[in-house]
Design a protein around this ligand. Structure first.
Ligand code: TXA
Ligand code: MG
Length: 313
């Protein structure tokens, strides 16, 4: 059921869970201090309890209440990118319930860049919020996606379509050099520009057995359709396949050919919606044009990461 920001705040303060918009994807918000509300979040989403949640804040004082031994590099990064699509992993204070962090001694924190999210958090205090999808579905970027996953059993604030469309960058600041655990709209290069420190990505460390970001070990959303990279645009398109193409100059009019004309911002914004749409329309195959390697658009890395996950299932 659709609610206002004031109603959402009241529901959350009373221990309920409410979906709210952020600039990346919709989140499933609960009071970060309320263990029962957090339990509800895991149940509602169908999320394994060993996968920790991000705590969303509206000011920096809240960070000092949640995290300990905060390195000075955090101040630089928060100043440069918050509010925004980057989450920092820091040492947690004992006041953060273990349920939030799945027993880890670290806590992931983000200040979202969305007026509704910030207004809500100012009223409620810090909110845990995983992406609001049911486990196994792509993150919701529109209200239709929430209704599809929960029918009418969920309270939500309608913020229209999310601007970015892929989840935040997760940067581990408890290690030196910092490690990107999940790529997002704030790229490695952008972080390096601010910190003047070489940043490592989890891919560079793939020899390590234990994933630092517990969520990455779970099978991600794979549409019912088979997803594959396509290295060349075909001369003839198969009407039984769904095509996501980024390089064409002209928009295509067929409903199974989606073209972005080099606009990777739009491609990221619409990716999860297209995955859901292809399934609704019953396509057995989704072909996605391979992404360019010699282009440092910040959204290419998260696009590559999420599409690869949909391919490998
Ligand atoms: O953009 C986003 O980050 C969205 C919006 C709602 O803010 N949220 C989101 O949450 O994507 P979720 O729960 O779907 O993904 C959080 C990721 C998971 O992969 C989780 O394992 C990781 O962050 N994570 C959370 N706490 C962590 C911690 N203490 N250490 C390492 N990874 C952590
Ligand atoms: Mg998620």
């Amino acid at each position: 059921m659709r609610v206002s920001v004031d109603q959402a705040a009241e529901l959350i303060i009373n221990g309920d869970v409410v979906a709210f918009p952020t600039e990346t994807v919709y989140g499933l918000g609960a009071d970060a201090k309320n263990v029962n509300a957090i339990k509800k979040t895991f149940l509602l989403k169908g999320r394994p309890s060993d996968n920790p949640l991000i705590v969303h804040v509206s000011n920096l004082d809240q960070v000092s209440e949640l995290a300990a031994n905060i390195p000075s590099i955090f101040d630089l990064l928060a100043k440069a990118f918050w509010p925004g699509p980057i989450t920092f992993v820091l040492k947690k204070k004992s006041s953060v319930p273990d349920l939030v962090t799945a027993g880890l001694d670290t806590v992931a924190i983000r200040m979202p860049n969305h007026p509704i999210a910030l207004k809500l958090i100012r009223k409620t205090g810090p909110l845990t919020a995983p992406s609001a999808n049911k486990s196994g579905k792509p993150s919701p970027t529109k209200i239709d996606h929430l209704l599809e996953d929960y029918h009418d059993e969920l309270h939500y604030i309608d913020g229209g379509q999310c601007k970015i469309g892929v989840e935040s960058t997760v940067l581990d600041l408890t290690v030196s050099p910092p490690v990107i655990l999940r790529p997002g709209a704030i790229s490695k290069e952008m972080i390096e520009d601010v910190t003047q420190v070489k940043i490592v990505t989890e891919r560079d460390m793939s020899l390590e057995q234990t994933p630092k970001s517990p969520g990455t070990k779970y099978t991600h959303y794979k549409p019912k359709a088979d997803v594959q990279w396509m290295t060349e645009i075909p001369i003839e398109f198969d009407s039984n396949s769904y095509y996501i193409i980024h390089s064409l100059d002209k928009p295509m009019s067929d409903k199974n050919i989606i073209s972005f004309n080099g606009d990777f911002n739009s491609m990221a914004r619409q990716l999860y919606d297209l995955f859901r749409t292809a399934d609704h329309l019953g396509y057995a195959q989704i072909w996605i044009e391979a992404l360019p390697k010699k282009n440092n658009h910040p959204l290419l890395s998260p696009l590559f990461n999420r599409i690869s996950k949909a391919i490998s299932g």
